[in-house]
Write a protein that binds this ligand. Structure first.
Ligand SMILES: [Mn+2]
Length: 359
């Protein structure tokens, strides 16, 4: 039995709203889903498992129809999907009321149920539940065990944090399923040949760094659970989020930082998305212009952790008897934590600004 396992496609999301590429990025999520369906069909996979959060929010009627039509094109592949915490099944919504083709099962119950399929002559039992609200605090999978019938037993599981079906991975992994197809955590993670998070098909925000795609698996019908299952992570995302650090130094202006950034983007690919972090120090009054860096199309965010290169002792000597001097007094003669250093710097900048830069 061969399957494709995806999760967290987040159709309908508009990643990095406000950035120039954002709308296009939203379309790319649909294209990625379309490609996976094509791939499952081309491989003649027996199953496509969609382990929750196919949609980013409650889908519109048109969005559900589009998905139904695309899945309807599969010639051999049977589809099982569960609703996650983002696309939970609310009564009366388009998603909940849609009639699906015979080879597609949208699990519609909040209690774990199962359905029997056939793969050739081998029975395949698929277990799972759907979210019916934004949260589910019950660890519903921890004590679940597959039935004893001969055949292949598969669990779809969405969650794994405190507010979204907490999971004891060890217990679930030992329960005896041939495979547990997991969703919710966006970073792909293969626990064992019997249990894996597929991760988000495409990265959805800048924290989703690293490779993204789906899992292909094959289960040998005659083997015991734990044996005879093989998995492969297939990298499939059209873009990656890449963190880039830029080192500030006194005397280095925004122009130079921009050149360094463009060099990195050139080297790592213009299609990828870059979250920039500024570190190091700059000459007082010469703070780098993060707005200018944000004008680069491939940049998704700029975080400024650089600090002004003040000579604090000199500043203290020159401002004794003034508010600034009193403020600096409190930081003298001891080791400062990072927070204290930052507080001191913000304080200095604020005090110099309110006193008209006097010195
Ligand atoms: Mn989720």
């Amino acid at each position: 039995m061969r399957f494709v396992h995806i999760a967290d496609v987040h159709l309908g999301a508009q990643p990095d709203r406000g950035r120039p590429y954002s709308a296009k990025r939203g379309e790319e999520l649909w294209e990625a889903f379309r490609r996976v369906i094509g791939e499952a069909d081309r491989q003649q996979a027996d199953f496509l498992f969609i382990a929750g959060d196919l949609f980013h929010r409650q889908p519109s009627r048109q969005e559900v129809s589009r998905v139904r039509d695309w899945l309807g094109e599969l010639r051999r592949t049977q589809v099982v999907m569960a609703a996650g915490n983002h696309d939970y099944l609310a009564p009366g919504t388009a998603y909940q009321r849609t009639e699906w083709p015979d080879h597609v099962w949208l699990i519609d119950s909040a209690q774990v149920g199962r359905r029997k399929f056939l793969c050739g002559r081998t029975p395949v039992y698929v277990y799972g539940c759907s979210y019916v609200g934004r949260e589910n605090l019950e660890p519903v999978y921890d004590s679940l065990e597959p039935g004893r019938e001969p055949g292949i037993h598969i669990l779809l599981a969405h969650g794994g944090d405190a507010r979204h079906i907490p999971m004891d991975y060890g217990k679930i992994g030992r329960a005896g399923f041939h495979y547990v197809a997991m969703g919710h955590i966006h970073r792909p993670h293969i626990f064992s040949s019997q249990m894996a998070y597929a991760g988000a098909l495409e990265p959805i925000d800048r924290l989703d760094t690293g490779p993204h795609g789906y899992i292909e698996g094959e289960i040998d019908e005659s083997a015991q659970p734990g044996e005879g299952t093989r998995l492969r992570f297939a990298e499939a995302a059209s873009r990656s989020y890449i963190p880039v650090e830029l080192a500030c130094r006194p005397g280095v202006g925004t122009g130079e930082l921009l050149r360094a950034l463009r060099g990195r983007i050139q080297e790592l690919g213009r299609d990828n998305l870059y979250s920039v972090c500024l570190r190091g120090t700059f000459r007082p009054g010469m703070r780098p212009d993060t707005g200018l860096l944000l004008e680069e199309e491939a940049v998704c965010a700029v975080e400024d952790r650089s600090r002004a290169d003040w000579d604090m002792e000199k500043l203290w000597r020159e401002s004794r008897g003034q508010l600034l001097g009193e403020f600096l007094e409190g930081f003298r003669g001891r080791e400062l934590s990072l927070e204290e250093e930052a507080a001191r710097e913000y304080g200095v900048e604020a005090l110099l600004e309110t006193s008209g830069g006097r010195r």
